[in-house]
Write a protein that binds this ligand. Sequence first.
Ligand code: SAH
Length: 285
Amino acid sequence: MVELSRDLIEILDFYSGDLKRYTIEKLRELGLRPSKKRGQNFTISIRILEDITSAVSRLGCGNVIEVGSGLGVLTLQLNSVCRKIYSIEIDKRLCRYLEELFRSRDNIEFICGDALEYIDKLDAEGLFATPPYSITGPLLGKLASSRIKWAVMILQRDVVERLAAKPGEENYGSVTVLVRTYFDIEIGRVYKPHLFYPRPEVDSRLVILKRYRDKLCFHEELEKSLKCMFSQRNKLVYKVARECLSIELSEKIYREKRVDEIPPEDFLRILSTIYSCSENIPRSL
Ligand code: SAH
């Protein structure tokens, strides 16, 4: 059983236990219409808050970043679990309200700005978010190259399933390989659109990333090579390697398999024949 924080219970008591009502009334009070561009789909489900809390507690919440504070519901819930939360919100219309809401909470540091610019800069080991779909790609890229050790996120269902895809599957792609080069992933429950306000167009899903490898010295080259190789995903690996990396691969397997049929470790094995920073590569190599 996950306990709700005192702050959240206060909100729930005031709004008859109804997060949707809190969201609608607060938006009206602030004179705000949710912005599609900013991906504002606020969480109105206690179950989601409990699932995130349970995952975050399991990881041992010290200093963490929250991407997209929204109306502060998740922040106030995790406030009782984490040592310190850097909660970041880009929408200036929400910032004033959040500054006020968090003012008396010592362990919440509120930042009004673009979270993508802060991920590398803050002293945090974890990240939690129900981020807008529009920034999911850049956010995953930033996470991969950061020092963040774990992330608990609710993303678009098909993105989560892409992260978990196996070689040979249709949705296995460069993002799968990039993220899995650094993180073990665990996927959780699926959430229907009515658990958010306003409703997003698609299902969402919980995903937990746990880092097992630090940023590689050839991270940028890895990212570029994956993009190049997966733009020709149906071709044989050795041909694509010749084109994208200017190397000859003589192993039989690379003459038989297509780019989208080889596992993340193989891309790393190939890249590490060109670039060397052997100190932080091993796990399976
Ligand atoms: N976590 C909240 C809000 C989810 S909606 C909840 O679960 O209810 C997503 C929020 O992210 C919105 O408030 C949106 O304004 C904010 N956002 C969008 N892009 C952002 C960015 N680049 N940096 C920080 N916040 C962002």
